[in-house]
Design a protein around this ligand. Structure first.
Ligand SMILES: Cc1ncc(COP(=O)(O)O)c(C=O)c1O
Length: 394
């Protein structure tokens, strides 16, 4: 029997209950393990939550990004801008289609791509006739970006907006659920175990029209189309033909069954994470720590609770080790994408995106997930307090 670790040892982890397991067992006992009714049911459920009928579920958030870029027409020679403070997949998926990447730095308060810096960069890019084809914004840690500002810039300068909402299922931008595409063209989610809900591995794209939906649906399955899609009544039922260069990005029925069951718990997950985040915010007030600003009228899903050390005398890596030694799991989100060797070889270097780099030097994500209790959060806070009052035993 595998030894279970304590919930506090994870910065985030899945919550799988008896009903989730039953849903998976039922799927295993059904006639379909792939391409069956659970996929459509999961898509409908996600669509209902996000107020968006055009949902395509896939086998990872990365696959969802890849399809989002393909549907947006990103190809060799396209230019995509995104934030440096994200998981590399946000940029990689565009690069793998032959696109050129560039970055716009973050706002140090919200930790999301800064609309003012974006506007400045767009003005310069227009002078050089080098405007982006697509901007991918990331709701960092589940904190909704300033979507209306991006949207109005996108209509003015004519680029598409993709929301990498890997962290943000369950979050709201003003009245709109993230995924509704109220102020964007396409949104994507990840269902990796640390995310808001899980399917083991998995992801979804939420599109803005029937045409886009049909293209993404075909691309997740080798670019094939069936007579029901082509409208041909002359072809036999078994017939399919390849129209595009697609791939196998399909989610299985087993994963969809878990996703369906997890969706029933999403509201509870968001509530629990928000409650625990409130406890952190109150308890950390007097420590030399800065936390992420959630703008008024928005609701974060709180995928992560991130802290930034303000007092230069304390090192992030010392804090990481101290917490780890005391059985507390934490993680760094993220090494800015342009600082990875792969991107440095493309000409990016340290110093280009100073807000992201400064944040990276001093940031840590402390435990926040639905398996934690109030006492666990208080234990983390008390360890943090010990660290900052120098009762350290490193
Ligand atoms: C912001 C962001 N984008 C994309 C991804 C990729 O998602 P997946 O791991 O499901 O492929 C992740 C996952 O870590 C992420 O955090």
């Amino acid at each position: 029997m595998e030894v279970k670790r304590k919930p506090i040892e994870f910065y985030s982890t899945q919550s799988v209950n008896r009903n989730d397991k039953k849903s998976v067992i039922d799927a295993l006992s059904s006639d379909f393990l792939s391409r069956g009714p659970k996929i459509q049911a999961f898509e409908r459920k996600l669509g209902k939550w996000c107020d968006n009928e055009w949902v395509v579920v896939v086998n990872s958030g990365t696959s969802a990004l890849q399809l989002a870029y393909q549907v947006s027409g990103i190809k060799e020679g396209s230019l995509v801008w995104t934030t440096p403070l994200t998981f590399a997949a946000t940029a990689n998926a565009a690069v793998s289609l032959g696109a050129e990447i560039d970055f716009v730095d973050i706002d140090p308060e919200t930790l999301n791509l800064c609309p003012l810096l974006l506007e400045e960069k767009l003005k310069e890019a227009k002078k050089k006739s080098k405007l982006p084809d697509c901007l991918t914004v990331v709701h960092f840690a589940g904190n909704p970006c300033e979507m209306e500002k991006f949207f109005s810039l996108s209509r003015h300068y004519k680029f598409k907006i993709i929301e990498d909402a890997s962290h943000a299922l369950g979050a709201y931008y003003k009245e709109s659920p993230i995924g509704s595409n109220e102020y964007s063209d396409i949104s994507i989610f990840s269902f990796h175990p640390v995310k808001m809900i899980t399917t083991g591995e998995g992801g979804a794209l939420l599109l803005s029209s029937k045409n886009e939906f049909e293209l993404a649906d075909s691309l997740r399955s080798h670019g094939m189309v069936t007579p029901s899609r082509t409208g041909s009544t002359k072809k036999p039922m078994w017939y399919y033909e390849q129209q595009y260069l697609g791939n196998n990005y399909r989610m299985s029925e087993i994963q969809a069954a878990l996703g369906l069951s997890q969706m029933k718990r999403l509201e509870e997950f968001v509530k629990k994470r928000n409650e625990l985040a409130d406890i952190y915010s109150v308890s950390l007030e007097k420590m030399p720590i800065k936390t992420q600003t959630i703008l008024k009228n928005n609701k974060s899903s709180y995928h992560l609770y991130t802290i930034e050390i303000l007092d230069k005398r304390f090192s992030r890596d010392d804090l990481y080790l101290y917490l780890k030694k005391n059985g507390i799991g934490c993680q760094v989100h993220y090494i800015p994408v342009h600082m990875h060797p792969f991107y440095k070889r493309k000409g990016f270097k340290k110093g280009l995106f100073k807000n992201s780099e400064a944040y990276f030097e001093k940031c840590l994500s402390v435990p926040l997930h639905q398996g934690l209790k109030k006492k666990d959060v208080l234990e983390v806070c008390s360890r943090l307090e010990q660290f900052f009052t120098k009762k350290r035993d490193l």
